[in-house]
Unconditional design. Sequence first.
Length: 282
Amino acid sequence: MKIDLIALDLDDTLLNSRLDISEGNRRAIVAAENAGIEIVLATGRNYAGVKKYIPLLDLGRKGNYLVCSNGAEILEAATGVSVERLTLSRDFCHEASAFIDSENLPWQVYMDGKIFCSRINDWALMDEKITGQALFEAGPRDSLFENGQVKFVVPGEPERIAELYKKARPRFRGKAEIVTSKPYFMEILPLGADKGSALRRLTKKLGISMEHVMAIGDAMNDLTMIREAGWGCAPSNALEKIKANARHVSEKSHDQDAVADLIYAIALRKDPSNATADLEIA
């Protein structure tokens, strides 16, 4: 089956443990681009957290897009200009923050390249380090929520997040999407905001069938795109549920160039040991 578009999760999929894109993965992506395949980064991060990777993959050209905020945003890769943006309403933001407060957990939202947290904690500090966005304690909620928000992130110990997830799903059914992006992060997103749905909307815009889409991811926020893509794939370090739903699982992890392994094997049908001879490396 011909692959026309490859959607790549970032953390623990394309990025290694040092949060870098390896040269092996970069070469494979360049080879796919040279073969006419669209590359879309599909991530839970917002534009501020992903933009530094765009020039490394030469994705800053007109016609390149990103799926950000777990599907709540479709953006032009070159500029960060919104093609589509789903938001949580002001009233819902107050409702969600009050619910999280009642569970004695912190919450955080993202605005203007900054993280605003209800109370500073180790998980939020880790998010600041990973995404490069400055962390601030949240100010008055009326002004913070005035124009709504794209998403809430609730950080905490995995056991607490698992408990909260069980409460939040029925609590907000029909109002919001609830997903765990990592065992220590639960996210509250607008209805319709998931990577699979966003990819469907983007591929319709591009005139590409989902049957010709390859999606690679490792975590629960990748599940919808793994299921909906013609070729849903996973690295060996992916969660077991993700691997169980993937059409193909690499024997390699995110620290062993799993993305390159999958691109060569499925999208390019090449032996990676012979695949880089004719690359034009940027």
